[in-house]
Ligand binder design. Structure first.
Ligand code: ADP
Ligand code: MG
Length: 881
C-alpha cells in the first residue's frame, strides 16, 4: 500500500498551467470547429473517418503514455486513466475498423458494420467520463488496485456497448432541439468530472489538464447532441473538440514526462554529484579513520608498553621479595653477598654482577662476591674475588658517597674503572651503595653489554635490593658479634666448669689419698720396724723388705702428686743425688712385664736398646718421682708399638765449656719407633686427662712427667712424627759441686726416754700398729679410738700435764676431729705437746698454716724415724726436762 503523501508525484515539482502548445491546440480547435459548425448540414464522410481514426490513435497513445507514466512514478492513478483510454481506444478502433471495406476472409467484418458502427461511439464517450470520475473517486479514497479497475472498465465498456444497442441513434429534434437524446448524459458526465478535477488540481499534476480535457469534452459532447447524421458539420466539430481535448491531455502528459525526464536527469546528475561527494567523503572519512586507527595503534603500543612496564615492575618486586627472604635466612656476609649477586645475575638478569666491600680509610673497594656466570668475565676484567679497585673520580666515588650511579654509556667515560669494564665489552652499568646509617660499606656493581641497558625501574630495583642487602649484612654482623660474645661466654663457662671439675676431683683425690695413706701406714711402720729390730733377717728377706719400703714410698709420692696435680704449687722437695743410669735399669726391671712378656704374648717383639753415657754425673732430685716419670714414658712407648719395635733409653751430657765448666745438663731420652702423634695429639698430650687410649688410658701420664720435670728444673721435649715414632727427652741441670750424701740416718738412732703417750686414731689397724711400734721403743702407750675417747682418756689420766708426755692424734676423724682433740687437751694441759698425724698431705698445712694447739704435723704413712725425732724435739725441751 502506498501512502498518499509519499506517492504524490507533485512533491517538489511545480504544478504549471497548461503547456503553450495546449493553448495553441485549443485555439486551433476553435478555429477549425467554427466553419464546421457553420456548415452544420453538410456531410464530410472522409473527414469523419480521419477524425475517428485520430481519436482512436490519440486514445491509444494516451493509454500507452499514461501507463508508462504510471509505471515510472509507481502510482496507480495514471494507470487507471490509461485503462480508461485503452477501453476508449478499443471502442473507437472498432468504430473505425468496421467502416473499412475488408476483403477476403476479413470481409465478414463489414457485415457487423450496421450493428457496431453506431453502437461503438456512445460507449466510447461515456466510458471515458465514467472512468475519469471513478479514478478521481479512487484517488480521493487512496485506493491502489489496477487490475480490478481494468476489469471494471472492460466490463463497463462491454455493458455500455450492449446498452447502446438498444437506444435509438437519431431522433427528431426534442427538448431544446436535441437530435441525439441517448447521448444526453455524456456532457453531464464530462462536466461532473471537470469540476472536481479542477478543485482537486493540487493533488495531482494530471488533474489540471484532466479538468481542461473534461471541460473541452463536455463542450464537444454538447455539440454532438445536435448532430443529425454521423458525418455532418456538428459531428465533425464535436470530433475536432474531442481531438483537441485529447491533445491537451497528451501535450500535458508529454510535458510532465519531459519534465520528469529533466528532473530525472537532474536528479541523476545530483545523484552523480552526491555519489562523487559521497566518494569524496568516504575517502575523507577513510583517511580520518586511518589516522584515528594509527593513533589508536600508537596509543595501544603506549598502553602495551605501560602494561609491560607494570608487569616487569611486579616481576622485579617478586624477585626482590625472593632475594630478601633468601638473605634473611643467612647470617654470614659471604653467603648473603653470593645470593645477591647470583640472583641479580640470573634473574634481573645482568651480564656482570659483583659486590665489593668499601674501605673508608684507604678509599679502596675489594671484590667480595662475583656472580657465577660473571666469573670468566671477572677474570678478564681483573676483578676476581679479593681484587682491589681504586676509587677514582668516576661514578664509584659518587657511589661511595651514598648515591646510586647509572652510567648509560660507559665506553664514553674516560676513567680507569669504566674503561676496564668497557674493555670487557660492557656497555652500561649501575653501581648501588650498601650503607648502614649513612655509612657506605659496600657497592653492588651490575652491568650489561648493551649501552643504555637499564630502565629506571631496574635502577630503582637495584637501589632497594642494595638497601635490603645492607640491612641483612648489618644484621649478619650483629649476629656474628653476638655469636662471638656467646662463644666467649661459653668458653669461660667451660673454664669455670673445668675448674669446678678439677676442684671436685682434687677433693676426691685428697679423700682417696687419706684412705690409702691410712692403709699404708701399718705397712710402712712394720717394715721399718722389722728392718731395724729383726737382726736375724736373711739377705733375701732384707732386700725384699727394701723393695716393699721403696714401693710404699713410691705409692706415697704418687698419692701426694695425685692430690697436687691440680694445685699449681711449689712442693718442697727433699733433693738427693740421683744416678740416672741406675734408674734406667730399675725402670726396665719394673716394666719388663709390659714390654717383654705381654708383647710376646701378642706375638710382637720389642727390642730394648740402652745408650748410657759412662761416668755421667749424679743430678739432684727425688728419685721416686724421676723413676715414676721414666716408667710412664716407657709404658707410653710400649703402648705406641702394638706390632713391636725398638725401645731406646739414652742419657747424654750437654752444655758446659771446653774445660768442662759452666752449666751442664744431663739428658735422658725415651724413644720408640711406634705410631707417633698427629698434630692435635702432640698439641694436647700434656693436658691432664687427655688420652687417645679410651678406657685404658688416664691421660695423667705425660702431665705428671711434665710436673716432675718442672719441679726438677728440667727441660722436657716431645718430638713425634706420625708413623715414624716419638722421642721424649728430659734434660736435668747438673749441679756444680758433687752433692753431699744425705744426712738421713743421723737422727735415726736418736733415742728418747720412756714416755707416757696418748695416741688417737679412728682406724683401729693403724692405731694398733702405731701402738706396737711405740711400745717397742719402750714408751707407755694409751690408745684412744676416736676424739671423744681420747679426751676422756686424757681426763681420766688426770688431765695434769705430768701424766701424758705427749699426744699423737689423727686429724680427720668423725664427730671429734684432731683439731678439737688438740684444743681440749691444750685447754686441760697447755704444756702437753700435741703432734698431728695427717693423711691429707702437706698441702693442708701450706694452705691453712699450722692449726692452733698443734705443736707439730706429721704426715701419713708415718715413719718411725720422724715420730722419734718429733718426740725427741717436743718432749726434751728444757721445760719438760
Ligand atoms: P695415657 O697414656 O693414659 O693416654 P698420657 O698422658 O701418658 O696418657 O699420654 C697422652 C697421650 O699422648 C696418649 O694417649 C697418646 O695418644 C699420646 N702419647 C704419649 N706418648 C706417646 C708415644 N710414645 N707415642 C705415641 N703417642 C704417645
Ligand atoms: Mg701414659
Amino acid at each position: 500500500m502506498v501512502s498518499a503523501e509519499s506517492a504524490n508525484p507533485n512533491l517538489g515539482i511545480e504544478t504549471t498551467n497548461l503547456p503553450r502548445a495546449a493553448w495553441g491546440v485549443l485555439v486551433l480547435g476553435v478555429l477549425i470547429s467554427w466553419p464546421l459548425l457553420a456548415m452544420g448540414d453538410k456531410n464530410f464522410p472522409d473527414l469523419h473517418t480521419i477524425l475517428d481514426t485520430s481519436v482512436a490513435l490519440l486514445a491509444g497513445m494516451l493509454a500507452l503514455a499514461l501507463w508508462d507514466m504510471g509505471q515510472h512514478i509507481g502510482h496507480p492513478f495514471p494507470k487507471w486513466l490509461a485503462t480508461c483510454f485503452a477501453v476508449t481506444f478499443v471502442l473507437t478502433l472498432v468504430h473505425v475498423l468496421v467502416t473499412v471495406e475488408w476483403s477476403g476472409q476479413l470481409s465478414g467484418i463489414a457485415q457487423t458494420r450496421g450493428v457496431l458502427r453506431p453502437a461503438t461511439w456512445p460507449p466510447s464517450i461515456h466510458v471515458l467520463s465514467l472512468g475519469f470520475g471513478l479514478s478521481l473517486w479512487r484517488l480521493l479514497r487512496g485506493d491502489a488496485g489496477v487490475l480490478s479497475f481494468s476489469l471494471l472498465m472492460a466490463v463497463l465498456g462491454v455493458g455500455l456497448l450492449a446498452l447502446f444497442q438498444l437506444t435509438p441513434t437519431y431522433t427528431a429534434p426534442t427538448l431544446v432541439g436535441v437530435t441525439r437524446p441517448a447521448l444526453a448524459a455524456a456532457p453531464l458526465l464530462s462536466g461532473l468530472v471537470a469540476i472536481p478535477a479542477w478543485l482537486m488540481r493540487d493533488r495531482d499534476r494530471l488533474l489540471r489538464p484532466i479538468a481542461w480535457t473534461a471541460a473541452v469534452l463536455c463542450i464537444a459532447d454538447l455539440v454532438i447532441l445536435y448532430s443529425r447524421a454521423p458525418p455532418d458539420g456538428l459531428a465533425m466539430a464535436s470530433h475536432v473538440g474531442r481531438i483537441s481535448g485529447f491533445l491537451v491531455l497528451f501535450l500535458s502528459v508529454t510535458q510532465i514526462a519531459s519534465r520528469d525526464m529533466l528532473q530525472r536527469i537532474r536528479a541523476e546528475a545530483a545523484l552523480a554529484q552526491a555519489n562523487a561527494d559521497l566518494d569524496r567523503r568516504v575517502l575523507e572519512r577513510t583517511t580520518e579513520l586511518t589516522a584515528a586507527n594509527e593513533s589508536l595503534g600508537r596509543e595501544m603500543v603506549v598502553r602495551q608498553e605501560a602494561e609491560d612496564k607494570a608487569t616487569a615492575q611486579v616481576e622485579r618486586l617478586f624477585l626482590l621479595h625472593q632475594i630478601t627472604r633468601a638473605i634473611g635466612e643467612r647470617q654470614d656476609l659471604n653467603s648473603i653477598f653470593q645470593i645477591v649477586v647470583r640472583s641479580v645475575e640470573a634473574q634481573l638478569p645482568a651480564d656482570f654482577a659483583c659486590l665489593c666491600l668499601y674501605d673508608d680509610l684507604d678509599r679502596i673497594l675489594t671484590v667480595a662476591a662475583v656472580g657465577v656466570e660473571s666469573q670468566t668475565l671477572a677474570m678478564g676484567l681483573a676483578l676476581p674475588e679479593r681484587a682491589r679497585v681504586d676509587i677514582d673520580q668516576n661514578g664509584l666515588s659518587r657511589c661511595v658517597r651514598g648515591q646510586l650511579v647509572y652510567e648509560a654509556d660507559i665506553a664514553a667515560i674516560d676513567f680507569p674503572f669504566p674503561q676496564r669494564l668497557a674493555r670487557g665489552g660492557l656497555g652500561s652499568m649501575v653501581a648501588a651503595p650498601l650503607q648502614i646509617e649513612s655509612k657506605v660499606f659496600g657497592v653492588l656493581v651490575v652491568a650489561r653489554f648493551r649501552a643504555n641497558g637499564f630502565v629506571s625501574g631496574e635502577c630503582e630495583f637495584l637501589r632497594q635490593l642494595s638497601e635490603h642487602a645492607a640491612l641483612a649484612a648489618h644484621q649478619g654482623q650483629l649476629h656474628g658479634a653476638l655469636q662471638d660474645a656467646y662463644d666467649d661466654l661459653r668458653q669461660s663457662q667451660q673454664a669455670i666448669l673445668q675448674q669446678e671439675r678439677l676442684r671436685a676431683l682434687g677433693q676426691m683425690a685428697s679423700g682417696i689419698a687419706h684412705d690409702i695413706n691410712n692403709a699404708l701406714s701399718p705397712v710402712a711402720l712394720y717394715t721399718e720396724a722389722m728392718m731395724e729390730t729383726e737382726t736375724g733377717l736373711s739377705p733375701t728377706g732384707r732386700s725384699q723388705l727394701e723393695v716393699i719400703q721403696r714401693a710404699v714410698e713410691d705409692v706415697t709420692h704418687t698419692i701426694a702428686r695425685m692430690k697436687e696435680f691440680y694445685r699449681q704449687r711449689e712442693t718442697q722437695l727433699e733433693l738427693a743425688p740421683v744416678r740416672l743410669e741406675e734408674l734406667v735399669h730399675q725402670v726396665l726391671d719394673l716394666t719388663r712385664a709390659r714390654w717383654s712378656d705381654m708383647a710376646v704374648q701378642r706375638g710382637a717383639v720389642i727390642k730394648v736398646q740402652t745408650e748410657l753415657r759412662p761416668n755421667a754425673p749424679a743430678i739432684l732430685g727425688v728419685e721416686s718421682e724421676i723413676r715414676e716419670a721414666l716408667i710412664n714414658l716407657v709404658l707410653n712407648a710400649v703402648d705406641a708399638m702394638p706390632e713391636g719395635g725398638t725401645l731406646a733409653l739414652r742419657t747424654r751430657l750437654a752444655g758446659g765449656d771446653a774445660n768442662g765448666r759452666g752449666l751442664k745438663t744431663l739428658g735422658i731420652e725415651v724413644a720408640d719407633d711406634g705410631v707417633g702423634m698427629d698434630a692435635e695429639t702432640h698439641r694436647r698430650c700434656l693436658e691432664p686427662f687427655f688420652t687417645t687410649k679410651g678406657e685404658r688410658g688416664t691421660g695423667l701420664g705425660l702431665g705428671m712427667v711434665y710436673g716432675v720435670a718442672q719441679r726438677h728444673g728440667a727441660e722436657m721435649d716431645v718430638r713425634s712424627t706420625p708413623g715414624v715414632g716419638t722421642v721424649v727427652s728430659l734434660a736435668f741441670p747438673v749441679p756444680e759441686s758433687p752433692p753431699a750424701a744425705s744426712p738421713g740416718g743421723a737422727t735415726a738412732a736418736a733415742t728418747t726416754a720412756r714416755l707416757r703417750l696418748l695416741i688417737v686414731d679412728d682406724d683401729p689397724v693403724l692405731l694398733k700398729a702405731l701402738r706396737e711400734i711405740l711400745e717397742q721403743d719402750g714408751h707407755v702407750v694409751t690408745a684412744a679410738n676416736g676424739g671423744r675417747a681420747a679426751i676422756e682418756a686424757f681426763d681420766v689420766g688426770g688431765g695434769r700435764d705430768s701424766y701424758f708426755a705427749a699426744v699423737i692424734t689423727d686429724l680427720g676423724m668423725p664427730y671429734v676431729d684432731g683439731r678439737k682433740v688438740a684444743a681440749e687437751i691444750k685447754a686441760m694441759s697447755p704444756t702437753t705437746p700435741v703432734l698431728l698425724l695427717t693423711g691429707w698431705g702437706q698441702g693442708f698445712i701450706a694452705e691453712a698454716d699450722m692449726p692452733p694447739h698443734v705443736d707439730q704435723v706429721l704426715s701419713k704413712p708415718p715413719k718411725i724415724r720422724e715420730i722419734r725425732a718429733a718426740l725427741a724435739q717436743q718432749c726434751m725441751e728444757p721445760s719438760h726436762g
